[in-house]
Design a protein around this ligand. Structure first.
Ligand code: PSU
Length: 312
């Protein structure tokens, strides 16, 4: 359900297909746009965005890609808007801190996990699928670089499906912070926390569920308990698409060393590292990234349908 007290005031522009699905209680899956503008090069980013929307439709749910344009938070993008966004190289990368300011300025802004969660909650969407979340960066004990995605998971009641965390982050510290914040972290179908490009990370997941129905029930139970905050579902990349940990680890280490040598900081760190790892893996990281986002979209659609059925 749309939260009327919030959404009446928020400048939301909801695509008719999405508005119809929300009004009739059908399953909707939110998608972020930073992965389009900052996570992948053109034209692969546009192909990925269209393919992922199709995957969600094929799985029986309605996709809602979210972005800020022209002073409105768009919940669902037309094909033309999606294509335009994929070719906007200087879109702002929005999080909680700068979303309102971007709406005021009228600039085009891509939503990170944090900003997409805020928009999804305003629109009444429970489930959001993406590739990777931001987390605690390596060296955070001195840089204090911790993604606002983690704080958002602590306060906004959306279930986020990702493929685990990338080893460009400090994964043990990321899991520690999520635990401190009371975020439900669930590995899907395995006991180990997945490592994005690799199915494993060497770390146990806090929780494991094997069905979308159980994940949906846990989402609804959090609401019944009145708990703020969301769930993070970590869905391992399909076996045929993974870059095993021993192969990807040295490339991650090299990219991190280059980022440090070039004094990369704040919002530019993640896009820089993704770009370098793309080059070092000769493009394989991108193929894997697309495969895992599609896999997450399909699981997100299943969870959203289970939630819709339970509410009907
Ligand atoms: N991880 C990816 N691709 C991405 C991102 C993360 O594999 O595009 C984006 C997401 O939008 C995420 C954001 O919310 O980066 C985190 O950025 P930061 O670390 O600056 O908070």
């Amino acid at each position: 359900m749309i939260n009327p007290s919030l959404s009446l005031r928020a400048p939301l522009s909801i695509l008719p297909e999405v508005a119809d699905a929300l009004a009739t209680g059908r399953a909707v899956v939110a998608l972020e746009s930073t992965i389009i503008t900052h996570g992948m090069p053109y034209p692969q980013n546009m192909d990925m965005a269209q393919q992922v929307e199709q995957d969600i439709r094929d799985a029986g749910a309605v996709p809602a890609t979210i972005a800020v344009m022209g002073g409105q938070i768009h919940i669902g993008l037309s094909q033309a808007a999606l294509a335009a966004l994929a070719q906007t190289p200087h879109a702002r990368k929005l999080s909680r801190a700068d979303m309102a300011a971007c709406l005021v300025s009228g600039d085009t802004g891509a939503t990170t996990v944090a900003a997409t969660m805020i928009a999804a909650q305003l629109a009444g969407i429970d489930v959001f699928a993406t590739g990777g979340i931001g987390g605690v960066h390596r060296g955070a004990e001195t840089s204090f670089d911790i993604s606002a995605d983690l704080t958002e998971l602590a306060r906004t009641a959306v279930t986020v499906v990702c493929a685990g965390a990338k080893a460009i982050l400090d994964i043990p510290k990321t899991l520690e912070v999520l635990e401190t914040y009371g975020v439900t972290v669930i590995a899907y179908g395995q006991s180990e926390f997945p490592g994005f490009w690799a199915r494993n990370s060497g770390l146990p997941a806090p929780l494991r569920f094997d069905t979308a129905a159980d994940i949906a029930q846990a989402h609804l139970m959090r609401a019944r308990l009145g708990l703020a905050g969301g769930q993070l579902v970590a869905n391992p990349i399909p076996l045929q698409d993974e870059i095993p940990l021993p192969q990807i680890t040295p490339m991650i280490e090299q990219a991190l060393a280059e980022a440090a040598a070039q004094n990369m900081a704040a919002k530019s760190v993640t896009p820089f590292l993704l770009d370098r790892i793309f080059a070092l893996t000769a493009g394989r990281s991108l193929t894997a990234n697309i495969a895992l986002v599609r896999n997450n979209a399909r699981l997100g659609a299943e969870i959203a349908q289970e939630i819709a059925t339970a509410r009907a």
